[in-house]
Design a protein around this ligand. Structure first.
Ligand code: FAD
Length: 454
């Protein structure tokens, strides 16, 4: 065998698996194969001047490379079982939380010291929300910020690079079962290992589906979250974000009984493009460094769509809606809330006249031509509900960017060790469909590494 352990994917799941393997068994021979670039080579060409929107690079530096989809993220590590994944269903709530705290300790050790840990515990906002039929979820949030998150990744890489073999710009084409282990094929090369950890994230969802099909590993999938990213003056949410940083608020719509939730809140942040398999959607981040902060806060409003039989392709549904916005707007569409309510498109002039400056150069348009009525009605209802706890949310000039889609990888059948029906083949992180966040993905990597080390 070439290696004791091969890790596919260098996102948080893969990185923390490698880290923990080296902590517990430094003599193991471990290799990490990553389709994207090394951290210092990751650069999104959008500069807002020459290149204003996504040009579909072969390897998307926002989603791929050392640090995975998390590298330029806001670096919000939510320590909670209430959202971010269902790891606790596999390993238990107590252990899941312990692992998330352990990940937090590592982040602090490698450059995150001094960053703030926010908490909803004892917050007066819980009462305020419930009085308005809004539900604030419990969590502690470590906000590293995009800048510190990058430093932490740099430091962890410096710590690992002489212990673990990293192969960047190396896409793994297939994983095959061989006697005593696995054969990992990358182009013309094949590498063998006793144990294989797959951590390919959301960008690897199609690849993961294929591997599961080839190896006959059972999967299930039926959820996608679709919505918009809201951007408004930071002052509107300041009372919440100053105390909690991120507030995950859930609302059940009166009209359809659908759940709409706030997601990925970025105080004084910026709205960004996201490229998933060639489809441009929207996301957001913010910096810890005050010099790089903006005057706006952004967050997503997402409606969860669970489908029942016979429909199975929930991600395909989300993709079709995102494609529609790409078709109409050439990428992401932006619309003022006031225009949406009046049933008219936003134009460059209307955006220009607004009392808020958009942080993303998106195409002014009409989201009602993109989002199905049921989803759009839910989002509008939620905006009015939020307006009661954060007056100003439903202002005319509130900007809505669309569409934001949270694709959920199909859930792969694994046991409590996140091991598939093949001994020594583990599937972790967002690629497993079990996690959807930095903290859960990282914790899943630690969990599997400990199992292997033992
Ligand atoms: C802009 C943005 C902001 C975000 N902000 C937050 C946040 O603040 N807080 C939070 O909790 N979550 C956030 N997320 C989500 C978070 O980044 C993910 O949940 C997390 O990165 C998942 O980790 P992972 O290791 O499972 O997968 P990923 O981070 O997606 O990493 C998977 C890696 O595998 C590689 N790969 C895929 N297929 C192959 C293959 N066949 N061969 C080799 N390599 C392969 C990919 O290139 C990628 O680098 C954000 C995501 C984005 C895009």
């Amino acid at each position: 065998m070439n290696y004791d352990v091969i890790i596919v994917g260098a996102g948080p799941g893969g990185i923390f698996a490698a880290y923990e393997l080296m902590q517990k068994k430094p003599d193991l021979k471990v290799a990490v194969f990553e389709a994207g670039h090394a951290l210092d080579k990751r650069r999104c060409p959008i500069d807002g001047v020459k290149i204003k929107s996504c040009i579909g690079c072969k390897s998307c530096s926002i989603m791929s490379g050392f640090g995975g989809a998390g590298a330029f993220s806001d670096g919000k590590y939510n320590i909670t079982n209430d959202f971010g994944g269902t790891l606790y269903e596999y390993i238990g709530k107590k252990q899941a939380l312990e692992l998330m705290h352990y990940v937090d300790e590592i982040n602090l050790k490698y450059g995150g010291e001094g960053t703030k840990l926010y908490s909803t515990a004892g917050s007066r906002f819980k009462t305020m929300c419930i009085q308005n039929d809004l539900h604030l979820l419990d969590a502690s949030v470590r906000h590293l910020g995009t800048d510190i998150n990058y430093i932490v990744l740099e430091n962890i890489y410096a710590h690992l690079k002489d212990k673990v073999e990293f192969f960047f710009d190396t896409h793994v084409d297939s994983v095959k079962i061989i006697p005593g282990g696995y054969a990992v094929k990358c182009g013309d090369e094949t590498y063998s290992c006793h144990k294989c950890i797959i951590s390919v994230g959301r960008i690897g969802s199609k690849w993961m589906e294929k591997i599961c099909k080839d190896l006959d590993i059972p999967t299930k999938s039926n959820r996608v979250d679709i919505g918009v990213r809201v951007e408004l003056p930071a002052a509107v949410f300041a009372h919440l974000t100053d105390e909690l940083y991120e507030s995950k608020i859930v609302y059940r719509t009166e009209k359809y009984g659908d759940k709409v939730r706030t997601f990925c809140m970025n105080p004084k942040g910026a709205v960004v493009n996201e490229n998933t398999n060639g489809i441009i959607t929207v996301n957001g981040h913010s910096y810890e460094d005050p010099a790089r902060q903006t005057e706006n806060t952004n967050f997503a409003l997402l409606v969860s769509k669970h489908f029942s039989e016979p429909f199975k392709d929930s991600n395909g549904y989300g993709e079709s809606i995102a494609r529609l916005s790409n078709m109409l707007g050439g990428g992401v569409i932006v619309q003022r809330f006031g225009d949406l309510i009046r049933g008219r498109r936003s134009t460059p002039a209307r955006i220009e006249e607004a009392f808020i400056t958009p942080t993303l150069n998106a195409t002014p348009g009409d989201l009602s031509l993109v989002l199905p009525k049921r989803l759009l009605d839910g989002i509008i209802e939620m905006i009015y509900a939020l307006d009661k706890v954060a007056p100003g949310t439903a202002n005319e000039d509130t900007l809505l960017y669309g569409v934001e889609v949270k694709f959920y990888n199909m859930e792969v059948k694994v046991d409590e060790h996140l091991e598939t029906c093949y001994p020594g083949l583990y599937i972790i992180g967002d690629g497993s469909g079990i996690t959807h966040s930095l903290s859960h993905a990282s914790a899943s990597g630690i969990h599997v590494a400990r199992k292997i080390a033992n």
